[in-house]
Design a protein around this ligand. Structure first.
Ligand code: GLN
Length: 281
């Protein structure tokens, strides 16, 4: 079939729209940009240019995957985080922009210092790699209970040549002893088990449940991280933790109870407290 870019993108977007995918136009443009290896702008400027049939069939294949609600990041095996391209797949959570705010805040606080950190639930490695990039004198350990997530993190750490400043371990935080850190960071699973079914299809169907489900009140892992960090943090060490909507009051109460002093809270674009940075007294 003969077709130009405009028609191709329109077809794709209509197929996605039929599946109630809100970002149908953008997604269709992104898929075209990926398939033709050209920027979206370039394609839109040359929208009357005719396209080849083998590329049309590759485009259609990717549209089919998106129609089944597979996230764009998994279709492209890539997601930008902290201005770098992370290789990802469904073995690890897709890095989120909110998490960049946590990286930014801890990097600012620890600027120019030599420090060690532990990333609990390293996932794709996005937090660990970004802290290492930003802080040239830092050293990090990444833990994950999922052996498949560790493989994704490993791939990224090697790609970015950060292996000399980082160690990855397939282990639970409970079974981790013997070291003390200046900083513990974590973006733990914090969705209530009963809310998982309310998540958008993209997330619910494709992202690892282990990376999302925080138990009955969503606080299971957050609590563990707060308790356990009392023995893995040095005195005056920092704990940076990402939390879910409506969890701030409970989490801040627990932190105070356990001798942490809240230093900074960060709100996301919707004004929910998304990250708490506290100091262990
Ligand atoms: N640390 C990873 C991230 O922030 C994974 C987090 C998780 O799996 N809950 O994306």
């Amino acid at each position: 079939m003969n077709m130009n870019f405009l028609e191709l993108i329109k077809n794709g977007s209509q197929l996605l729209k039929a599946k109630k995918i809100e970002s149908h136009v953008l997604d269709s443009e992104l898929i075209a940009s990926f398939v033709f290896n050209r920027s979206r702008e370039n394609i839109l400027i040359n929208s009357k240019e005719m396209v080849q049939s083998n590329e049309i069939s590759f485009f259609n294949k990717l549209i089919e995957r998106r129609k089944r609600y597979e996230p764009i990041a998994y279709i492209f095996n890539s997601k930008e985080f902290w201005s770098r391209d992370f290789k990802i797949d469904s073995r690890a959570l897709i890095p989120r922009p909110e998490t960049e705010m946590m990286v930014e805040a801890v990097s600012k606080i620890l600027k120019n210092r030599k420090f060690s950190f532990l990333d609990v639930g390293v996932g794709s490695g996005c937090i660990t790699a970004s802290i290492l990039f930003e802080n040239l004198h830092s050293f990090g350990v990444g833990l994950d209970t999922s052996s498949s997530a560790i493989k994704v993190a490993k791939k990224n750490i090697l790609r970015f040549k950060l292996q000399n400043r980082c160690k990855l371990l397939n282990r639970s935080y409970e079974k981790f002893y013997g070291y003390k850190f200046d900083l513990v960071v974590s973006n733990p699973p914090y969705i209530r088990s009963s809310d998982i079914k309310k998540l958008p299809m993209d997330i619910r169907k494709y992202e690892p449940r282990l990376a999302l489900d925080g138990g009955k009140d969503g606080l299971d892992v957050i609590k563990k991280v707060i308790y356990k960090s009392r023995s893995t943090l040095k005195k005056n060490g920092l704990l940076a933790i990402e939390i879910g909507n409506g969890q701030f009051i409970k989490v801040s109460r627990l932190l105070k109870l356990l001798d942490y002093k809240i230093k900074l809270t960060i709100e996301d674009y919707q004004k929910n407290v998304r990250c708490i940075i506290s100091l262990l007294k």
